[in-house]
Design a protein around this ligand. Structure first.
Ligand code: ADP
Ligand code: MG
Length: 703
């Protein structure tokens, strides 16, 4: 499949697909039908759109190496069911199969009937694992006729219990002519400009293409669509919000903010912070509600930037709110803001789930009257009972932890008919490509620079008993010099962080480590324990003790990730560091190196781990995020917190960055010209967008 020329595309005859053929239901025997349903395949169109996960060359028997998962094309020589001797044993069928390079023993499990079905002489496609010494454990199988002739390359599909990859290939081969009826969602002009193959052709290339290049061309076209539709959904949402309520334009001359910037801030802003503030100043002056994502690592100084926006609201007599995902974070922001305000008197308040009822109701009335101009809080801020007189600026910290609904609720707090300017902050550095997919509806600003005085923690991978003993010595040295240390206990159960809850097993592990260290390596020092299963009071007490220097060592689970600021802490030791993801380790590490002293991060784990090596080498979170993305692609088992996107079927980041940029540019052009995709040439585009991401007019897509 060569790239069609512009002339060929423009001159191509009109093809009218027979949609009825696409929409026909699949007809399958009951078990296969169940398998198809489990894969979400009910129509012929679904089947044709079920693109292979991979294409692999069929291997020859002689070339197989032990442990390899492979597909082979073979002929059955002899076959027999092996009697089951014990209860609980799985019925086996063993066959001698061979290709031109030699024979091997193939084993089929749980399908005793195969002994009759695959008579000697039958040609088979087998997919499975070569166990060495002439033994092959069959996963999927089909006769070669079923699987579309003796291809040298075989497509592999996501399969299910009742429907194997090889069966899917056979079904698609049978429906191949219907590929001509596949709908082309892209307007002809766009296709011609970008020289894109037709969608049907691209699907055909992916299923049946000969050679990697052809398959890749098909994949690119389909990946383009995938990316384009995500960008269309994001930009359509953005366009919708912009065409909705206007924001309060903060156009007045700076008074409070000018004073604050000049006299109250105890430090000089970094160039990144200044640039962010300049952009915000301009944006807040417009009626178009700002929707900006401020990305910067922990300690990069986002709060200062956010506070500028909040004070801008205050100096216009309006209000602002900062919403954080946890009470601890809300309390910290509140403290930071109080400190940053210096001697400026701005009426501010803290509202969380544990604000006492009396204080809460007093605060609510001060918010409703406008007397309180700046509030920091948790989800408690978006409860119905919370009313603002005039909310102009909303700051949402760690935006990825908030659902769409909560964000919408926040919007509802602005005066009737107005939308707040919204600034989202995230400390999770996301690779550029993913940020564009995940937060492509927001303008983005990055704070790269470390504020002056921040030094990266020197990071080492600690492996083996001797290095570990040395690590505790180093910790002891620091402690004797009056510094403090963190010991972070590992994740115990898979998926702990994804669910955001810490398991009791992890709390137990932390407790054991605490006891062990207290009686062992660190017995000369004062240790405190912190984990998620402790009560609020106990957690506070542990953190307060550590912050006040009354404890030398904080043994903790990842709860400390949510932000302790103890500049005197100079060492962090992380147990089983390889169980964490890069970004999380980096974030944890950010808890040290916050003061004037050199700091140290000790990662206990295997020397060979590319993730730990990356952490030892790099300090820029954005750079680490890019490395993380590349490593993930290479299939390394990664620690828990996923970055949410990357859930593409065909697009691959960061490899497809150019494709993404092109999709983004095309989506921008389309939405600019036709924000609701109402023009007739965009009908199929709008249709498919609705199928994939919901109607433009309806809900925002789930981030
Ligand atoms: P973030 O919210 O990005 O984690 P913060 O805004 O809370 O970072 O800043 C972290 C700490 O660094 C705060 O104590 C803040 O006062 C300080 N800080 C922020 N910007 C600077 C700067 N430009 N120079 C020195 N210290 C800074
Ligand atoms: Mg902060």
């Amino acid at each position: 499949m060569a790239a069609p020329s512009r002339a060929a595309l423009l001159g191509a005859g009109v093809r009218t697909p027979r949609v009825s053929r696409l929409r026909r239901q699949l007809e399958l025997p009951p078990k296969a039908a169940e398998g198809a349903a489990a894969l979400g395949l009910s129509t012929i169109e679904n089947l044709l759109e079920h693109v292979p996960r991979a294409r692999r060359e069929a291997r020859t028997v002689a070339a197989l190496s032990a442990g390899e998962t492979a597909t082979v094309l073979v002929e059955v020589r002899s076959i027999a069911a092996r009697p089951v001797r014990r209860r609980g044993m799985r019925p086996l069928v063993e066959a001698t199969v061979a290709d031109a390079t030699g024979p091997m023993q193939a084993t089929f499990f749980n399908q005793p009937w195969l002994a009759k079905r695959y008579e000697p002489g039958t040609r088979l496609v087998l997919h499975g694992k070569y166990e060495g010494r002439g033994r092959f454990r069959v996963g999927n199988h089909a006769t070669t006729e079923e699987a579309a002739a003796a291809a040298e390359e075989v497509s592999h599909y996501a399969a299910s219990e009742g429907l194997s990859s090889t069966q899917i290939l056979a079904l698609i081969a049978a429906q191949r002519p219907v590929l001509r009826d596949v709908l082309e969602p892209l307007p002809g002009r766009l296709r011609a400009r970008l020289r894109l193959a037709g969608r049907g052709e691209a699907l055909e290339a992916m299923h049946f293409g000969s050679g990697a290049q052809e398959v890749e061309r098909g994949r690119e076209r389909l990946a383009f669509d995938e990316l384009l539709f995500v960008q269309l959904a994001l930009l359509a949402r953005r366009a919708r919000e912009e065409s909705g309520a206007a924001a309060l334009a903060l156009t007045g001359a700076p008074s409070l903010t000018a004073r604050w910037l000049e006299h109250e801030l105890p430090f000089a802003l970094t160039a990144d912070q200044l640039a962010a503030i300049a952009i915000l100043r301009e944006e807040l002056a417009g009626e178009r509600p700002a929707q900006r994502l401020l990305m910067g690592e922990v300690g990069s100084g986002k709060t200062v930037v956010a506070l500028f926006a909040m004070l801008r609201a205050a100096e216009h007599g309006h209000q602002s709110a900062l919403m954080a995902p946890t009470e601890t974070l809300a309390e910290q922001h509140f403290a930071t803001i109080q400190r940053l305000l210096g001697s400026e008197s701005v009426t501010l308040a803290l509202l969380t789930g544990s604000t006492p009822a009396a204080r809460r109701s007093e605060l609510l009335s001060r918010l409703a009257s406008g007397e309180c101009s700046l509030v920091v809080g948790t989800h408690a801020l978006i409860e119905d009972s919370v009313r603002f007189r005039s909310l102009a600026v909303a700051v949402v910290d760690e935006q990825h932890r908030f659902g769409v609904r909560q964000r919408t609720a926040l919007h509802g707090k602005a005066p009737e008919g107005r939308a707040p300017h919204v600034l989202h902050m995230t400390a999770t550095p996301i690779p550029r490509t993913l940020a564009l997919c995940e937060y492509g509806d927001l303008d983005q600003t990055r704070l790269h620079e470390r504020p002056a005085g921040r030094r990266p923690a020197s990071t080492h991978v600690v492996s083996g008993e001797r290095e570990r003993a040395r690590a505790y010595e180093r910790i002891a040295e620091e402690l004797r010099a009056g510094r403090q240390a963190f010991v972070v206990c590992p994740l115990v159960e898979a998926g702990e962080l994804e669910e955001g809850v810490e398991s009791s097993a992890q709390a137990r592990a932390a407790t054991e480590e605490f006891e062990r260290l207290r009686a062992g390596e660190l017995r000369d020092f004062r240790l405190v324990l912190l984990h998620g299963q402790l009560g609020h009071r106990e957690k506070q007490a542990a953190m307060a003790a550590f912050a006040a220097g009354e404890a030398d060592v904080l043994v903790a689970t990842t709860v400390i990730e949510v932000g302790i600021d103890v500049p005197n802490a100079t060492v962090m030791l992380i147990e089983n560091a390889e169980r964490f993801g890069i970004s999380q380790l980096h974030q944890l590490r950010g808890r040290v190196g916050r003061g004037e002293h050199e700091s140290l991060c000790l990662l206990c784990g295997p020397k060979g781990s590319p993730r730990l090596t990356a952490l030892a080498r790099h300090d820029d979170g954005f750079e680490l995020a890019e490395i993380d993305l590349r490593l993930r692609k290479e299939g390394e088992l990664v620690g828990t917190r996923q970055s949410g996107t990357g859930n593409f079927q065909l697009a691959r980041m960061p490899d497809d960055e150019a494709l993404l940029m092109s999709a983004r540019a095309s989506a921008e052009a389309l939405i600019d010209a036709d924000p609701r995709l109402e023009q007739p040439e965009h009908a199929l585009l709008a249709d498919r967008l609705a199928d994939l991401h919901g109607e433009i007019a309806a809900h925002p897509i789930a981030a």
